[in-house]
Structure formats: structure tokens, C-alpha cells
Design a protein around this ligand. Structure first.
Ligand code: ATP
Ligand code: MG
Length: 480
């Protein structure tokens, strides 16, 4: 294993070269062996891994850096964010030649730390590991987690908590906020470097585009639409879709206050600080479009020297967002009810189902399982789904009129609708067990099931129940 330092080599304007802070007593708590193998990370002792992934010793070839970025947080621009508690160790190249960033989070203070302590508590580190690996298995583009190392140190939040460092693997850490950082400083040269870097890393097919900045914007918009559509498919609520938490790669990044939707309602919000519901489940596409408009602004000087021409070109792409998203969203929803080649009237059927789920306060994940059951066994709807009969008849008729074989519909539904998701109450329960006991059995058992979310394993049923209180009091916190 030899890391490269491509981002570090972009120069001082982009990052601060700084080693992680050494921790007192590094111990490897979680290790993602399949991911390590995929990345070609050499097998070594848990002790050595803990030393590396706590940041106590440099990995071969690594020059750790903290990256500069800005961001709109809840709509307000903050020019000076950056990795305040993270260190990019460098890039790894896998066997297929793909580049992966290895980054520590919770690894100490940097130039960008502001008032923060640079640390991460154990529970948010575990959440990042569990949720990102669950999302990966669900087929959602995402950053991943390689390790959680406990530090043997305490961090102070409202109370004393055990500390940890989580290792994140991402196809890059370029954020909308990274572009904003240089745009705010009117550093067009750095912006141009970023565009080149992003294209080389993520969109090499755009290398020969006539207008590289515009082509990049177009590609990022498409990737983001795909991402948000996946979130809506599985019921993911990111919780803090600030522009500094929006990756150019189209991967889900920053699992701080994220949660899963239980009862279907587009207004669902769990984040304690999102009092306006800006990042509510059903608002995520609108916010994504807003974030893409912020990205577009940063690229204007590169899109065209003529300001008005640049604006017209960028605006055309932003204006297309809503239409493109709508198509992707309806296609995804059609797949959830077994329809491949969606036709215009299916939109009404889809919207009607969503409205029924909302008015009958039905669980999002369970509803699609119950619908699939009506196809597989012809079983009647369970009592709590009373009121859907008419819709189910209409849906069955649609499948028939469209000559969609029941088996084909069932297969499509089975790969589109997870049987199990990381439900909030189960996530909290396993995180708490690790925090209280230091043992990971319960966490591991849950993760095993989450790794096959479209299969019913012998233990899957342990995690399919809905929370007793319907998550009405559930709250998440910007994990620090
Ligand atoms: N404990 C902390 N110490 C120093 N800086 C912090 C701390 N927690 C958050 N920050 C910084 O505050 C900003 C916003 O934090 P946010 O919660 O979005 O990111 P994060 O969870 O730290 O990291 P990422 O987006 O990389 O997953 C970032 O600049 C982040 O580095
Ligand atoms: Mg963040």
C-alpha cells in the first residue's frame, strides 16, 4: 500500500499540511475487511492498524492535509470552514485503477478548527460507519467507512464522552464548498485547477469538452439528481444538506444528523437544529437544486468571459433540474411498484399512493413489502393498510393492462424496495450498547443484516419493526 498526495500537491492555497494529533491509547474497534481488501490495504496487526488509523503514525507515502472549503450553512454563507477535525491522508489506487481518498475524522485540530476541539465522540463515529455501510449495501452512492479506532481519551460535549477516529473512504472530498472557497476569493486560477482535478478524478470523459466548467456542472447536476432519487427511494433524510456537505462526486457525505423515514410524510425532519424544516425528507430535491445553483455561481467566470453569456448558460442547466429530477423521481417510484416502462398516467397512480401513505400514516418501507405480498401470495392487506384496497386494485389492473408479468413486477420491486433499513431506534440501540459496554456484537449483528437489505436472513426480522412511538420524539444532532 502506497498513498499518493495528488490533492496535497495542488498547493498551499488548497490545504494545510498537518499531521493528526496523536492519541493516548489507540484501539481498533471496527475494521472493514472487505473494503480493505478491495482497496488493496495490506494485512497487518490490529495494533498497527490502530496506530495508523488513529493518526499516530503516517501510512506509507502519506502527507496528511486539512482541506480548505467554505459553505452555505442553512442558507448562510460561511467563507471559512474547512477540515476542522479531519485529515486527508492521501489517495489509494485500487486494482481497477480508481482513486480513493483516505481521510481521518476526529483526528485533531487544524487551521480550520475555529472554536472546535478537532475531535469526534465515539457514537457519531459509529453512526458514520453503520449508516455509510448500510447506504452502500442499499445501492446508494456514498462515502464509506474503513475503521473506527477508539482513542482512550475523553471528549467534552455536554458531558464527557469516549473519543474515536473514523476513517472515511471517498472517491474525493471535493465539495460544492470547495469551489465556493475559491470563488469567494475570486481566485479563478485555483477554480480552474479544481475543475481540472474534478474532471480528471470523476468525469474523465469530459476532458475534451469545449466548455469544461459547464460540462462539469452538467455532470454534477446529473449525479446529484441520481443521488437524491436514491435517498428518496430508501427513505434517507440527510439532515444537513449544506453546500459543504455536498460532494462533487455525487456520493452521500457527512452522516452527522441523518435519519431514516418511518411513517411516510414529506415534511419529516429529525435534526434538532433544523427548526424550519429546510432539510425535510421531501425538500431534499429542492435544496439540491439550490446547492447546484451555488455551484453554478462559482463556475461562471470559467463558463464564459462574458458575464451575461455565462449566466445564461448556467441558468439553462439549473432550469432543467426540476424537469430532470421529476422524470428520475417518477421512474424510481414506478420501479417501486414494479413498473419498468413508465407511462404518463402512472404519475397519478404514484402520487395517489404517496398521498394514501401520508393520510393513513403508513410506514414507508413496510408499505412496499405489503404491496409486494399482494402480488406474491394474493394475500389480503393487513388491517393497518385498510383504505388501500381501491388503490391496489387499480395498480393490479395497470400491471395487467400493461402486460407486465407478475414475476417481473415482483423481481423489480424486490431489488428496488429494501426489506430492512437502518431504522432510527435500532441504530440508537446498538450505538448505545457499544458506548456503554465497549462490545460490538450487537452492532456487528445489525450490520450483517444491513449488508443484505434486499434479502430476508434468519435475523432480519429482528430489525424490521417500527418504533413504538412512531419516532415522534426522535431527534438527531449535528454529530461532533
Ligand atoms: N469538533 C470539531 N472541531 C473542529 N471543527 C469542527 C468540529 N466539528 C465540526 N467542525 C467543523 O465545522 C464545520 C461543519 O461541520 P460538519 O458537522 O458539517 O462537518 P463534519 O461532520 O465535521 O465533517 P464532514 O463534512 O467532513 O463529514 C466543518 O468545517 C468541520 O470541520
Ligand atoms: Mg460536514
Amino acid at each position: 500500500m502506497q498513498l499518493s498526495n495528488q490533492y496535497a500537491n495542488l498547493g498551499e492555497a488548497f490545504s494545510q499540511t498537518i499531521d493528526p494529533e496523536s492519541v493516548a491509547l489507540p484501539a481498533l474497534l471496527l475494521w472493514n475487511q472487505p473494503l480493505a481488501e478491495y482497496l488493496g490495504i495490506d494485512a497487518t496487526s490490529p495494533k498497527q492498524l490502530a496506530t495508523y488509523f488513529a493518526g499516530n503514525e503516517r501510512l506509507p507515502g502519506s502527507t496528511p492535509i486539512a482541506c480548505a472549503y467554505s459553505g452555505h450553512q442553512f442558507g448562510h454563507f460561511n467563507p471559512q470552514l474547512g477540515d476542522g477535525r479531519a485529515h486527508l491522508l492521501g489517495e489509494l489506487t485500487d486494482k481497477q485503477g480508481n482513486q480513493w481518498d483516505l481521510q481521518l475524522k476526529g483526528s485533531g485540530r487544524t487551521r480550520f478548527s475555529r472554536q472546535g476541539d478537532g475531535k469526534c465522540a465515539l457514537s457519531p463515529a459509529l453512526r458514520e460507519y453503520l449508516m455509510s455501510e448500510a447506504m452502500f449495501a442499499l445501492g446508494v452512492p456514498t462515502t464509506r467507512a474503513l475503521a473506527v479506532v477508539t482513542t482512550g481519551e475523553q471528549v467534552f460535549r455536554e458531558e464527557t464522552k469516549p473519543g474515536a477516529v473514523v476513517t472515511r473512504v471517498a472517491s474525493s472530498h471535493l465539495r460544492v464548498g470547495t469551489f465556493q472557497y475559491f470563488a469567494a476569493r475570486q481566485d479563478h486560477e485555483a477554480l480552474s485547477t479544481l475543475v481540472d482535478f474534478a474532471i480528471a478524478r470523476h468525469y474523465p470523459e469530459l476532458a475534451d469538452s469545449k466548455n469544461r466548467a459547464l460540462a462539469l456542472l452538467d455532470a454534477v447536476i446529473d449525479k446529484q439528481i441520481t443521488l437524491i432519487t436514491h435517498w428518496l427511494r430508501v427513505g434517507f433524510i440527510h439532515g444537513v444538506m449544506n453546500t459543504d456537505n455536498t460532494a462533487i462526486s455525487g456520493e452521500t457525505i457527512d452522516f452527522g444528523p441523518c435519519a431514516m423515514l418511518g411513517v411516510y410524510h414529506p415534511g419529516t425532519v429529525y435534526s434538532s437544529i433544523d427548526s424550519q424544516g429546510r432539510y425535510a425528507f421531501g425538500n431534499q430535491a429542492t435544496i439540491c437544486r439550490w446547492n447546484m445553483a451555488r455551484l453554478a455561481e462559482t463556475l461562471l467566470p470559467l463558463i464564459d468571459e462574458d458575464e451575461e453569456a455565462a449566466l445564461a448558460k448556467a441558468e439553462a442547466l439549473i432550469a432543467n433540474f426540476a424537469g430532470k429530477f421529476e422524470q428520475a423521481y417518477l421512474d424510481m417510484n414506478a420501479a417501486k411498484i414494479g413498473i419498468t416502462k413508465r407511462k404518463a398516467p402512472d404519475g397519478d397512480l404514484i402520487i395517489e399512493l404517496l398521498e394514501l401513505m401520508q393520510s393513513h400514516k403508513l410506514d414507508y418501507t413496510q408499505t412496499y413489502q405489503v404491496l409486494a405480498d399482494t402480488l406474491s401470495s394474493g394475500s389480503p392487506l393487513p388491517a393497518e393498510f385498510e383504505g388501500l384496497e381501491e388503490w391496489v386494485n387499480k395498480w393490479h389492473n395497470t400491471l395487467q393492462q400493461r402486460s407486465i408479468e407478475t414475476n417481473d413486477a415482483m423481481q423489480l420491486m424486490a431489488k428496488t424496495n429494501p426489506v430492512v433499513i437502518p431504522r432510527n431506534h435500532h441504530v440508537e440501540a446498538v450505538l448505545q450498547i457499544v458506548e456503554l459496554t465497549g462490545r460490538t456484537d450487537a452492532f456487528d449483528a445489525f450490520l450483517e443484516v444491513l449488508k443484505q437489505p434486499y434479502e430476508t436472513l434468519p435475523t432480519t426480522s429482528n430489525y424490521q419493526d417500527t418504533p413504538a412511538d412512531g419516532d415522534q420524539y426522535y431527534q438527531t444532532f449535528c454529530g461532533t
